[in-house]
Design a protein around this ligand. Structure first.
Ligand code: UT7
Length: 325
């Protein structure tokens, strides 16, 4: 067995659905502005659940969907930019909740591209080690890192988690992928850490612990990398865009997808979108979308799917999948 397939999917969101109208009662914004600029109508906001709580629930659902016991998981990866703590990893906390006692567990920090990075790393590790099953989870509690007085960011994001079980197989599943980062643009999107301070520091460096973003810069970056990543992955696999059944992009902004679709000369319906309900859930957005599609019966055997993500880092990447089950 040399291939890796996705054998199960799951998602979890907090029950607290917050509409644009509700936000306009807290800050100076409107449903009209948010929906017309982003395509977002609502988002789920945690009332106390942390990233690991949501990750564990999505992970349990994916294991159930794949009919695999937690004890059969060899590798547990959580992609998140909103970990519960600096250390231990959120993945280790999730391991303690769901009881994947035989797994090695670690986090990936690649923000909204984290799930794509996670699939790539898991596939490589399954290929080079004696691992059979990996659980890859994208999970975020972004609401704890938002500045709720900054209307240019707090209306965009939501909380939630999505998960996939990857298994070694004879069938072709994860065909190829391509991940990149552009560190020189790291300041475009940040969530700061601890202040740099100790008895040896002469002048304390205060870090901004809230999410800050240059929206315009990321908007341009996103369109360019979505188009380039899709073209690259098609070219590398000798495929045409018409061979692809669905493209699942990171769910940040409907206008980004519309521009990308126009540049690729492809019908917008090829892009699966659900940001209207969930907002931008960063590393959770692609696995939540995949899980939604699975629940709706949209993933048919041998469908060709491209996942494409971009985000803080800056990072980006794409994965070509043959839906194998
Ligand atoms: O997950 C990956 C990372 N994030 C992204 O992918 C985000 C990418 N960027 C975007 O989606 C868009 O740039 C935004 C949605 C963030 C912003 O849209 P925009 O069309 O670029 O708006 P803008 O920042 O140029 O702001 C236009 C106006 C400003 O007012 P003035 O200066 O023209 O008077 C803002 O103050 O809209 C104002 N504004 C708002 N008005 C009402 C900004 N936020 C809001 C708001 N409600 N929530």
């Amino acid at each position: 067995m040399k291939e890796v397939i996705i054998e199960g999917l799951g998602k979890y969101t907090p029950s607290n659905l917050v509409t644009n109208d509700q936000l306009s009662e807290i800050i100076d914004t409107s449903d009209e502005w948010i929906y017309s600029r982003t395509g977002i109508k609502s988002r789920y906001i945690s009332k106390g659940e942390n990233t690991s709580d949501m990750a564990a629930k999505a992970g349990e659902k994916a294991l159930e969907n794949a009919n695999i016991s937690p004890l059969d998981v060899d590798l547990l990866i959580v992609a998140t930019c909103t970990p519960d703590m600096f250390t231990p990893s959120t993945a280790c906390i999730v391991q303690s909740i769901i009881g994947t006692d035989n797994a090695l567990a670690f986090d990936i920090s690649a923000a909204c591209s984290g799930f794509i990075y996670g699939l790539d790393v898991a596939k490589a590790m399954i290929g080079s080690n004696n691992y059979k099953h990996a659980l890859v989870i994208g999970a975020e509690n972004l609401s704890k890192s938002l500045d709720w007085e900054d209307r240019s960011t707090c209306v965009l994001f939501g909380d939630g988690a999505g998960a996939a079980v990857l298994s070694k197989s004879d069938n072709i599943g994860l065909i190829s992928s391509f991940c990149k980062s552009v560190g020189e643009k790291y300041e475009c999107l940040t969530i700061g850490g601890n202040d740099v301070d100790s008895p040896f520091v002469e002048s304390k460096i205060i870090r901004d612990s809230k999410l800050r973003m240059d929206g315009g810069e990321i908007f341009k970056f996103a369109i360019s990398v979505i188009v380039n990543s899709i073209n690259k992955i098609l070219e590398e696999n000798n495929l045409d865009i018409n061979d692809i059944d669905y493209i699942i992009p990171h769910q940040a902004n409907v206008r980004i997808i519309q521009y990308a679709a126009k540049k690729l000369k492809v019908d917008i319906d090829k892009f699966y979108m659900n940001m209207e309900e969930y907002g931008n859930t960063s590393g959770a957005s692609i696995p939540i979308a995949l899980s939604d599609m699975n629940e709706k019966g949209l993933l048919k055997k041998d469908s060709k799917i491209i996942l494409v993500g971009f985000g803080a880092g800056l990072t980006y990447g794409a994965t070509l999948i043959n839906w194998a089950i």
